[in-house]
Design a protein around this ligand. Structure first.
Ligand SMILES: *Cc1c(COP(=O)(O)O)cnc(C)c1O
Length: 469
């Protein structure tokens, strides 16, 4: 392919991209293919000689596209969204074109300095404590691992990095609703799954601070070292909000690292009316929010903020000869702010998105998502045959179908069948969670292009499919 071919195919593909997003509702939201179906269509050997771009793109449409789940469909209500937006996609095109490896300042000064400034913007947009310093990580899982490793190094006077564990008596605490990435982080960091203490939750599924303090005291009496508490703003299961201010007080009292996981719900902090969630954040040591979830920025882009940048950098900095530069120490070399050496230019898409939406545009969209979710929440609550399982805090709904009838039935399997029916229709895509072993349908209304009509259509479909069971 030469430059003229590239130009021609790029134009064709840009048209395809615009058509795709314009017509996205025509595709089944959740891919209907069975396991192995796509693999079987792919040849066992790579081509020896060059194939035409037209043939490759044809196969993309014929083979790949039917096996895709359409996350940018406004009828996507599953998991949490992984939103994109037009300005973010355009930035990703430029990022791919420049193909820069932004590991240190010198390998692309603009990438480093733009990252520093958009993290400052984000800090202001979300009203985060002004002493926080931010860095973009690939995912919240990596950010949380960075937090646990930083806490471990700070507590051990930076010894474990060099000597390994002579013995390990660290303990980490989170609620029993916390995301699995915390389990993974304690495993990887050598602290161990059995030293992750899951604190019980209240009726809103938020961590109970009294029970946290009790667990900490018991561990101290037992000679253990409480290392870190992970509080969640918006749990993945049910968007429960842990009482941060109370948890922060306990962490202050016992000198424990406080990491705040706001991967999804942190976006709601753009709205002043939701900043009650972050009361106490000024005492946190680290905080993560994913613009790649609800903030209209293509995956991957996870914003990680820390109170003490020096602890983070001291945990991760390694300086081999081949990475030494003249500007060392005068600039930000973000390879020292996380796990990977290599870094994509992720700040560009965030910058494009924030500028093109404007802070007000972002606020309006987020507020709108919450409003249409609350509207549906009321309808579900008022319906005799449906049951809202937890109060709707943000834009995620948790409900089940429980019709009144004389017949005996298993409400869990009824709702499993309802979910399967809905997803098989191709019209919408929802997922589920379990609350106290009850099967609950989980609907998150936060896709970039979702409108109230999509929610109304989904609600009608839910009632129709339920009525046919
Ligand atoms: C989605 C989610 C994560 C994991 O995010 P990744 O960026 O995929 O690693 C962690 N915590 C919470 C609360 C989440 O909702």
């Amino acid at each position: 392919m030469n430059n003229a071919d590239f130009r021609q195919h790029a134009h064709i593909l840009v048209d395809w991209m615009a058509d795709y997003l314009e017509n996205i509702e025509q595709y089944p939201v959740k891919s209907p293919v069975s396991p192995g179906e796509i693999y079987e269509k792919l040849p066992d050997f790579p081509p020896e000689s060059s194939e035409l771009m037209t043939a490759i793109v044809d196969d993309f449409k014929k083979i790949i596209l039917p096996g895709m789940t359409h996350w940018q469909s406004p009828n996507f209500f599953a998991y949490f969204p992984a939103n994109s937006s037009y300005p973010s996609i355009l930035a990703e095109m430029l990022t791919a074109t420049m193909g820069a490896q932004c590991m240190i300042w010198e390998t692309s000064p603009a990438a480093a300095e733009l990252e520093e400034q958009v993290m400052n913007w984000l800090k202001k947009m979300l009203a985060l404590p002004s002493h926080f310093e931010g860095v973009i990580q690939d995912t919240a899982s990596s950010a949380t691992l960075c937090a646990i490793l930083s806490a471990r190094e700070k507590q051990s006077a930076f010894k474990v990095n060099f000597d390994g564990f002579s013995h390990n008596d660290f303990r980490v605490y989170c609620s029993n609703q916390t995301h699995s990435s915390i389990d993974k982080a304690v495993r990887i960091s050598g602290i161990g799954q059995n030293n992750l203490i899951k604190i019980e939750v209240d009726e809103k599924l938020a961590m109970e601070p009294d029970k946290l303090e009790k667990a900490i005291r018991a561990d101290l009496a037992d000679g253990k070292k409480p290392l870190c508490v992970v509080a969640t703003l918006g749990t993945t299961g049910t968007t429960a909000v842990d009482p941060l201010a109370d948890i922060a007080k306990i962490c202050q009292k016992y000198g424990i690292w406080l990491h705040v996981d706001a991967a999804y719900a942190g976006t709601a902090l753009v709205l002043p009316e939701f900043r009650w969630m972050s009361a106490g954040l000024e005492y946190a040591d680290s905080f993560v929010v994913n613009p790649h979830k609800w903030m209209f920025t293509n995956f991957d882009c996870s914003a990680y903020f820390v109170k003490e940048k020096d602890v983070l950098v001291r945990t991760f900095a390694i300086l081999p000869e081949y990475l030494k530069t003249q500007v060392q120490g005068r600039v930000k070399d973000y390879r020292d702010w996380g796990i990977a050496l290599g870094r994509r230019f992720r700040a560009l898409k965030l910058w494009f998105m924030i500028r093109n939406f404007g802070v007000r545009g972002i606020q309006e969209k987020v507020r709108f998502h919450i409003k249409i979710a609350q509207n549906l929440s009321k309808k579900i609550e008022q319906h005799v045959d449906f049951e809202l399982m937890v109060p709707t805090v943000l834009n995620a709904l948790f409900f089940r179908y429980k019709p009144e009838t004389d017949q005996d039935y298993d409400v869990n399997s009824l709702n499993e069948r309802l979910l399967q029916g809905l997803n098989a229709s191709g019209s919408i895509y929802l997922t589920h969670t379990k609350i106290d072993s009850e099967f609950v349908i989980r609907m998150v209304i936060g896709q970039t292009y979702v409108m109230e009509k999509h929610v109304n259509n989904a609600w009608k479909l839910i009632q129709d499919v339920a009525g046919e069971l």
